[in-house]
Every structure is written in structure tokens, then in C-alpha cells.
Design a protein around this ligand. Structure first.
Ligand SMILES: [Zn+2]
Length: 228
């Protein structure tokens, strides 16, 4: 990306600098650890211990005994492994279910590490079991964020369509949201909802074909980074 575009995206997010500076506990303790010249990807598996409240485990969406938190943690490891093999620097906001990881700490980590992009991983759930498919969120009017979101959304849908029998997505899953992790990150940031745990078809590929989901997300990320 050009620094000018990043700067403009950043300005649109407005408060990010102020908010990061106001939380010194996370903001000032560490120097960036990434290697010079390598692009840095921060992966953010959603939920986990202390996400919303200190000491309280947040499983995310739960369907029967399937926890969103566990699904996206596994996704994050798979996505990170492929990206690392391709030569990118990978930083994860959490790597287990037990370590305290407040929501507020996640964008701060990415900002500290001067990440090139931030990708938050989630699964959806809804009262109507027919709701299904992939959705990718970006912060409003962030040119690079929209571009990254489109690449990830399209690549994941393409990968699922090619490899999961019966998968088709008829709607455009690109969405706008002012989620905390999208708003307070200084770099292009997206949040991927890779399917609905409450839908039978989606639940099946989320639990049985995690390698296909990871491959799709990776293809989108790599496409974006290679074009920048
Ligand atoms: Zn979630």
C-alpha cells in the first residue's frame, strides 16, 4: 500500500492514536519484534479468556459443544502457518484459550508492531438456521481496508465453492462495521466471519474442512499483500 493511502485510511478512523496512547499498559511496554523488510500480518482469533471481562472466558458463538473461540484459534494457526511459509511475519493476538486477551489489547498489539494488515477471525451464529455463508467486515470508507476485505471475501468464497460440495454464495458478503478491532487499528483491518455455526452446511465445513477455510483466507491475504 502507499503510505499516503494508509494515512488517509488512518485519519478516517479518527480516534485511533488517542485511544492507543490512553492505554499505556499495553501500548508502551514492547518494541516491535518483526524483522525489517518483511510484511507483518497480525492474526486475531476472536474471543477467548478475558476478551470482554477480566478473568471471564468468552467462548463466542456456541452451538451444541462447538465453540467459536476454538474454531477460530485453529483457523488462526493454520492461516499463520501458510503465511509464515510464504515469508511473512505472523503475530497472533492469542495462541491459546487460557491467556488473558482483552479486546482492547488486540489493536494495540497490532499498532505497536507496525503491522501491515490486521485480520480478525470469527464465526457467525443466528437464530434462523438458514442463515449461512461468508461475511467480511471493514471499517467505513477505508480504501485499503475495503480492498483487503474484498480480496479475503472473494478468495474464501471461491475456495469453498471449488472444494465444498453444495457450497454456493449468492449474496455479496462485504460489510461495513465499526467494530473495536477495525476502528482502533492503524493499518488496513478486516474481520472475517467464515460461516455460521448455526447452519448445518457451514458448521460441517468449519469443523471438518478447516484447511480449506484457511487456504481461502490465505489466498486473499497474499493477493492483497502482493499487490501492495
Ligand atoms: Zn465472534
Amino acid at each position: 500500500m502507499t503510505s499516503e493511502q494508509t494515512r488517509r485510511d488512518f485519519m478516517r478512523k479518527g480516534l485511533a492514536i488517542l485511544v492507543s496512547a490512553a492505554i499505556p499498559a499495553f501500548a508502551q511496554s514492547e518494541e516491535p519484534t518483526s524483522q525489517p523488510g518483511k510484511k507483518v500480518v497480525v492474526l486475531d482469533p476472536g474471543h477467548g479468556m478475558g476478551n470482554r471481562k477480566k478473568g471471564v472466558y468468552d467462548p463466542g458463538a456456541v452451538h451444541e459443544k462447538i465453540y467459536e473461540e476454538k474454531i477460530v484459534l485453529d483457523q488462526s494457526k493454520r492461516v499463520g502457518k501458510i503465511l509464515a511459509q510464504k515469508g511473512y511475519d505472523i503475530i497472533s493476538t492469542r495462541t491459546d484459550s487460557e491467556t488473558e486477551t482483552p479486546l482492547s489489547s488486540r489493536p494495540i498489539l497490532a499498532n505497536q508492531q507496525n503491522a501491515d494488515i490486521f485480520v480478525s477471525l470469527h464465526c457467525n451464529a443466528f437464530t434462523n438456521p438458514d442463515a449461512k455463508g461468508v461475511r467480511t467486515y471493514h471499517y467505513p470508507d477505508t480504501k485499503q481496508g475495503i480492498k483487503l476485505a474484498r480480496q479475503v471475501q472473494d478468495s474464501l468464497v471461491e475456495e469453498l465453492t471449488a472444494n465444498i460440495p453444495g457450497f454456493e454464495q449468492k449474496y455479496n458478503g462485504l460489510k461495513t462495521a465499526n467494530f473495536h478491532v477495525l476502528k482502533h487499528t492503524n493499518m488496513p483491518a478486516v474481520l472475517v466471519e467464515s460461516g455460521f455455526l448455526t447452519n448445518e452446511r457451514d458448521r460441517k465445513y468449519l469443523t471438518q474442512n478447516p484447511e480449506i477455510v484457511a487456504e481461502g483466507i490465505d489466498k486473499g491475504i497474499i493477493k492483497y499483500l502482493e499487490e501492495e
